[in-house]
Design a protein around this ligand. Sequence first.
Ligand SMILES: *Cc1c(COP(=O)(O)O)cnc(C)c1O
Length: 421
Amino acid sequence: MDHFTYKSGALHAEDVSLTDIAKAVGTPFYVYSTATLERHFRLFDEGLQGVDHLICYAMKAASNQAILKTLARLGAGMDVVSGGEYQRAIAAGVPPERIVFSGVGKTRAEMEMVLAGGLRQVNVESEPEMHLLNEVAQSLGKTVPITVRVNPDVDAKTHAKIATGKSENKFGIPISKAREVYNLAAQLEGLQVVGIDVHIGSQLTDLEPFALAYRKVAELTETLRTDGHDIKRLDLGGGLGIPYSKSNENPPLPYEYLDLIKRETGHLGCKIELEPGRLIAGNAGLLVSSVIYVKEGEGRQFMIVDAAMNDLIRPAMYEAHHDVVTVVEPAPRQPVMEYDIVGPVCETGDTFAKERAVAQVKSDDLVAFRTAGAYGAVMASEYNSRPLVPEVLVKGDQFAVIRPRPTLEEMINRDTLPSWL
Ligand SMILES: *Cc1c(COP(=O)(O)O)cnc(C)c1O
């Protein structure tokens, strides 16, 4: 559920007309709904009432300071995957003890940063990383709480580029090697084992892979406890999918997922940590764009819009579907047309949708790409020298620009010339 609906003939974000935002900000822009972000966070947080837990929002999905602050105020922790994300979380006022650090390639500099600032735990993904983290911790005279990310070798049944839990993926250590690696961790004085971590992929639309993975983690918990390790936290990752198409997708609901977690891990008495990203931010954001031209092709009509693959790369990168709607509510008898919806970038890959049924549009009409809140603005670039797309946050009847569009001058002035030019 989200808070983007037609009111008095125009698509609104909560109580703000997108037409009004477009007038103030220009297009394209991302717009997020505070109520939707908050609602999605609470689905997890309240759904685990009675279970000791922490929801660490996977901030790589959408990491604007205003979004982080909105969630942090509700008690969210953050799952960070770089030193930059760590600093962003700290800057947004997230308490260090609510930050977990994931990722396969943590550098020494990043380790030094998070150890100096403090954090809840590092999710370690390899033995070399474990040795380096131990060395850095000892050099700073610290002990760092860790989990080991295990790779349970289950098929997440999602897009190949976002599956992370098969043995051929680069993530975690094979679960078959877990005992060995935990025994190593126990010998390293700079590390304190606190739990187990797993994350098998993103946009999962089936509960079965979660069930398989969590069962393996539950079994491992008991084995490791027998080996003498103090396993008190289970970080069960993120990955729950969302419906990108209103018409033909129905991924599991959060409560079904949470019931599964309780069923598979409830008997262990562990603190549960979850890292949802997409489910919190995805349906909380739209990308709003203007139609530049409608062009008659051979046997097809192109809707050429002013957003492009540099602003929203998901269709080009993951063959992702985004529902597209007009911002002005279609009149009852307005014809529905089939469009190839494309951006201005000089690549055929810059195609958002093919043969997509949308109410008939003309130049300067506004359209919205739905479900663009996660992995949208964060993956934007300035390819084709198109200034970075701005972001807007709505709360009730108010809106604020939370990242302005750079001027062309600002964009160009980020380059610096060498002395010989
Ligand atoms: C990307 C990622 C997540 C979030 O995945 P979603 O599909 O957005 O929920 C959680 N944990 C880790 C380690 C990740 O890399």
